[in-house]
Design a protein. Structure first.
Length: 115
């Protein structure tokens, strides 16, 4: 074969390889930017979801907070129970005092009417 024919065949092969690479690159979504736009959109959505989750985490109570509140409720329940016992123990004295006041009232009213 002649030298020019060999060069033409090599040039044709290289040109074919170049066209195949160019077409393969053009068929690639990254080359067209479609995939990049989709990834950017997904990143925006992921960032939005991440921000919402972070906000929910900040608003929600942690396990430590709940345990602390439970401890405070137990202390409060103990105090309420003690106050209930104290009130219950005062009930007979209150009734006795009420009867005494009624007797004094009756005596004062009776003496006031006799005068």
């Amino acid at each position: 074969m002649s030298e020019w024919l060999q060069i033409a065949i090599i040039a044709f092969i290289l040109l074919g390889i170049g066209v195949a690479i160019r077409r393969g690159g053009a068929a690639n979504p990254v080359g067209t930017g479609e995939l990049q736009r989709e990834v950017a959109s997904m990143r925006g959505q992921v960032t939005s979801i991440k921000n919402r989750v972070t906000e929910i985490e900040h608003r929600s109570a942690s396990k430590v907070d709940i345990e602390r509140l439970e401890d405070q409720l137990k202390i409060h329940d103990t105090k309420v129970s003690k106050l209930g016992e104290a009130v219950a123990s005062q009930q007979p004295m209150i009734q006795h005092t009420s009867r005494q006041v009624d007797r004094l009232y009756d005596a004062i009213v009776k003496k006031g009417m006799d005068v």
